[in-house]
Design a protein around this ligand. Sequence first.
Ligand SMILES: [Zn+2]
Length: 340
Amino acid sequence: MPSTPATDDRGVPLRLDKRLRGLEREHGLGAALEALRRHQVEVGFIRDDLSEVVRHTFRAPDGSGARFSTQFNPARARRFAGAGIQQPPEGVVPVHDRCFLCAENIAWQQQGREIGYPIDGASMPYTAWMNPFPLAVGHAILATDEHQPQHWQEGGIDLATLVEDLLEFAHRLPGWILFYNGVGAGASIEAHLHYHALPRTPGLGPMPIERAADRHREGAVARGLYPMDFAHWRGTHAEVLARARPWLAEWQAHAGAAADATANLMATCAEDVERIDLYFVPRHRRRSRGEGLGGVIGAFETMGEIICSTPEERILIETGQVDYRTIHDLLAHVAVALDD
Ligand SMILES: [Zn+2]
């Protein structure tokens, strides 16, 4: 094993942490995470520079300007095996079934190369880790320090707190996309609570669900604007929180009380004005996959970009067997109707 520098009790090298803290104070959380990304490339933890990614865009035939896209990202196929070593070294006892998001395991799995950045200010301590299988350059995972379930129905975090934390992160990362995958709705690690934080890829413009939300006028529920019903709130951080909280409590007491109820949640913060957008997409745990293309539909896919990673999918896309309708129907297949 390489020699490890002095660390704090979360395994964070003290000097890196101090430098990142300074960056966050001066330029915001995004600057600290960008410095963490550069460090993780330098030490060889991030090896995927996304140069293999190929994106295709499919426009609606009706000329409305609606569109979906596919992201062919072959490195993603390797993610279920994890990025690190499988067997702990002599004398090291793995915790929580070798969970990939527990700092104690990360230290031996990644042989000290993966460094986290502690994030304070949410309902509990979180640590940002770089995703070794990114969907965009700088893709970070924000995981709780404590090992606790991803699903709000399983006795860990409650839905209201989950949304508060998501909005807190979005607010501190203007220009980024924050999202949460419910269990059965794209979460690949179900035993440890985490969110995704994704810097926008330059030049891509709004995600398809964001274009649909621009046409959403009244109430929380956006219906008929997108292949999936979704709830959407726009306003200041405080306004979105105040409006979303009672609506979500109501949902949870009715449709959301079903054992199979799950969801995707996304939040974004504008860079120029104080404007937060929060999206809630209800899902069903036994309908996690679309048909014909891609694997599990997670939050990022519900926003309108389907991740593909197998050669077969690449052939489907490049031989014209995928079009706007294919992706529309894929999303419609996993959609759950929302009442007002
Ligand atoms: Zn864990």
